[in-house]
Ligand binder design. Structure first.
Ligand code: B12
Length: 467
């Protein structure tokens, strides 16, 4: 009989236990684990999941693990997941001392020395796991485990690996009584349920100092994208299997490759898909490729996540964003022109950032008037150049892994006045009355546009359902 593996998703640092479906952080699958699951199942292994977000507490975890009694556990970790991952691994070692523990994910890859200190870990896999994880399971099963504890994951051919195993999460969530009207939790009104997240590629060619080089260690310096046909095939599968009505791309920057996007939109339209979708982009790309923006809007794009980051050019340079304030403004105008909602990512409280520079960002947000505000207190993430800068200059106020998150809960950087930043963050989101009125009008218009003759026909069962 083949060995049994339980994958563990420890993402409770923010919202805690019993948090499933409380928003994107607790309502989305981990593609990393779901992809490992597909790869291992394709090799004949039995794989299930324990998602800490669905459980009531550590006693519950202990009981579920004891009942499942797997031979192997595989734990994923971002830096912010360190504490719950550490605790889950310790409990697992008590419950079944002979089980084999494998860890992987961004933190293991980016902060290997730190991860090596976690007790009871048998193997650490850095980089991508689809090829290496099943190989390791085979070796364990045969009783011929590798001599090295650290294994560098072999990057897979993204078209050759099976699609993300969503059932890993959905079956587990259902087990705990979660009613799933949507595979993943929708988060904006433009994207109705059933909603899913998908990934068309890995990596990012830009060099933002708050992200790089960490992500290069994970996925390599070049972006690897699935073929358009492979992505379209997955979307077809998602329509057939889950009747998805909308989706979002998780790719760091889907619009990085204009040719890919143009081919995708052509084929998406040719397939007859009409589901609305969101993706991440950049201000400079939007300005440079307005034709692509228009084409995406025709295909169903309803919103861009844009990292505006700052309303000040010196700050944009300091963080190596590669964009300018003027491009931020123009990108917002282009989005409006094509009816694309704006999810604005921006940060405050960077090292060296002055009050006046923060106020520039407040002013920019008032000017852009995004549909969705996503502000952050700058947080130095291990593995990035800005993290190293903060350590070198002794600027960090982070004392625990739980604080490696951008949500403004506590001070992160020495020398910043967080009372002022809290005010600035609130002020940046205060709409001018005229903007509030414009937004109200846009929403009414969006809602009205949602009822189309094609959709009415589909609702009445007169055509094939894609929405
Ligand atoms: C989607 C996403 C999210 C989503 C969903 C997260 C989720 N459930 O997975 C949301 C929006 C909720 C989110 C939240 C956060 N995220 Co996020 N997120 C991403 C993003 C864009 C894609 C993740 C993904 O699916 N990647 C594709 C999959 C295939 O890759 P993967 O998960 O890394 O898994 C592969 C390998 O790592 C490895 N692997 C992973 N686990 C394991 C386990 C084993 C046993 C093995 C063998 C191998 C292995 O194999 C996998 C397959 O190849 C990444 C950037 C990126 N491009 O990856 C950032 C990223 C992972 N997030 C990051 C951060 C910082 C956060 C937040 C802390 C942000 C914040 N709020 O401050 C929160 C933390 C949430 C929490 N746990 O509490 C950082 C992590 C950096 C770090 N040092 O840990 C990243 C890398 C972005 C960045 N460059 O800064 N995030």
């Amino acid at each position: 009989m083949s060995i049994r593996t339980t994958l563990i998703y420890p993402g409770i640092a923010g919202l805690g236990f019993n948090s499933l479906k409380l928003g994107m952080e607790a309502g989305w699958i981990s593609h990393g684990l779901a992809s490992l699951s597909s790869a291992a199942k394709a090799e004949g292994f039995e794989v299930d999941l324990i998602d800490l977000r669905a459980l009531s507490g550590w006693d519950h975890f202990r009981a579920v693990l004891a009942e499942r009694a797997p031979d192997v556990i595989g734990v994923t970790m971002m830096s912010v997941d360190y504490n719950p991952a550490f605790k889950a691994i310790s409990i697992a070692a008590e419950v079944k001392p002979e089980l084999v523990t494998i860890i992987g994910g961004p933190h293991v890859t980016i902060a290997l020395m730190d991860s090596l200190r976690i007790p009871h870990v048998d193997y650490l896999v850095t980089g991508e796991g689809e090829v290496t994880f099943p190989k390791l399971l085979h070796a364990i099963e045969k009783g011929e485990p590798p001599s090295s504890r650290v294994l560098r994951g072999e990057p897979p051919d993204l078209d050759a690996i099976p699609f993300t195993d969503r059932s890993l999460f959905l079956d587990e969530w259902r087990k705990w009584g979660y009613d799933l009207d949507s595979p993943e939790v929708p988060f904006v009104e433009e994207l109705p349920p059933p909603f899913v997240t998908i990934i068309a590629g890995r990596g990012c060619l830009y060099h933002c100092a708050f992200c790089k080089p960490g992500e290069d260690y994970l996925f390599g310096k070049r972006t690897r994208r699935r073929s358009v046909d492979n992505v379209i095939e997955e979307i077809r599968h998602l329509v057939d299997e889950y009747h998805i009505a909308s989706f979002m791309f998780h790719d760091d920057c889907l619009t990085e490759d204009r040719e890919w996007v143009m081919e995708f939109t052509d084929k998406y339209i040719a397939e007859g898909f009409t589901m609305p979708f969101f993706c991440q982009s950049r201000a400079d790309i939007i300005v440079k490729h307005e034709d692509m923006v228009e084409r995406m809007a025709e295909a169903g794009l309803k919103g861009y996540f844009i990292g505006f980051e700052s309303g000040n050019d010196r700050v944009l340079k300091f963080i190596r964003k590669g964009t300018t304030v003027e491009q931020n403004r123009q990108a917002a105008r282009i989005c409006r022109k094509y009816g694309i909602s704006i999810w604005a990512n921006y940060m405050m409280g960077l090292p060296t950032e002055t009050r006046e520079e923060v106020l520039d960002t407040v002013r920019l947000m008032k000017e852009i008037d995004p549909d969705y505000y996503s502000p952050a207190f700058f947080t130095p993430h291990p593995g990035t150049d800005l993290y190293d800068y903060v350590v070198e200059h002794d600027l960090s106020r982070i004392t625990d892994y739980d604080s490696y998150r951008r949500n403004p809960t506590e001070p992160k950087i020495k020398g910043q006045d967080y009372e002022f930043l809290k005010w600035a963050m609130a002020e940046s989101q205060r709409r001018k009355p005229i903007n509030a009125f414009r937004r109200w009008t846009r929403r009414q218009w969006r809602r009205a546009r949602r009822i189309t003759p094609a959709k009415v026909a589909r609702k009445l069962g007169l055509t094939r359902s894609t929405a």
